[in-house]
Design a protein around this ligand. Structure first.
Ligand code: TTP
Length: 192
């Protein structure tokens, strides 16, 4: 059977897939995540980037099954991605303070040699309480915002999230229930 390849450098995605019991290799996709048409919605951006990650790695390993994902935060129709630096993280967190927003992950499975392509986009809702400037600065100092869409990590005992509706693993970067179903459709089951 062809290998399963995780086309991601995200430690959260690796951990979720490993915890679920799958055997896989990891080959992160090096793609430009800032290059997309400005007219796209947050979900469309996540879908475009997940497909781009999958295709980049599938070209290198055409006979294998490639899994890629992209997670964005949507505040209304505004897309908030990963912060470039601490100032950007401050700006993002200020805009999320006291809001109900969505976390959207697009998942793509593809195998180039057979033309296989499955995709799924999953949304979760997150309520965030208002944060004071002092709380914001304390959080920025932890560095936990780095590399995370929306500049927060729900898995790090995030102090600002008050409620979530929908999949938790989707917020962390890979909606496992849907990913399991997609893998199963391609004949892949956990090894244990
Ligand atoms: C909202 C949120 C996002 N995130 C993370 C998941 C993703 O790693 C990241 C979104 O960035 P992505 O661009 O989706 O992924 P990535 O750059 O980390 O990895 P790759 O492109 O190689 O697959 O934000 C959390 O870990 N916790 C959270 O609560």
């Amino acid at each position: 059977m062809a290998r399963l390849i995780l086309a991601s450098g995200s430690p959260r995605r690796l951990e979720l897939l490993r915890e679920a019991g799958y055997a896989f290799d990891v080959h992160p996709a090096d793609v430009d995540e800032s290059d997309f048409p400005p007219s796209l919605s947050p979900a469309e951006i996540a879908e475009l980037l997940a497909n781009r990650k999958a295709d980049t790695v599938a070209r290198r390993f055409p006979d294998d099954l490639v899994l890629a994902a992209d997670t964005v935060v949507a505040l209304g129709n505004q897309m908030l991605g990963k912060p470039a630096d601490a100032d950007d993280a401050r700006r993002i967190l200020r805009s999320l303070s006291g809001t109900l927003h969505q976390v959207i992950t697009a998942v793509v499975l593809c195998r180039a040699s057979t033309g296989t392509r499955l995709s799924k986009t999953v949304r979760s809702s997150v309520s965030m309480r208002e944060m004071t400037d002092q709380e914001l600065e304390a959080y920025i100092a932890t560095g936990l915002w780095e590399g995370k869409a929306g500049a927060y990590g729900i898995q790090d005992n995030d102090p600002f999230v008050t409620r979530i509706d929908g999949s938790l693993t989707n917020i962390v970067g890979l909606p496992m229930e849907q990913t399991r179903a997609m893998l199963s459709d391609c004949g892949y089951e956990p090894a244990r």
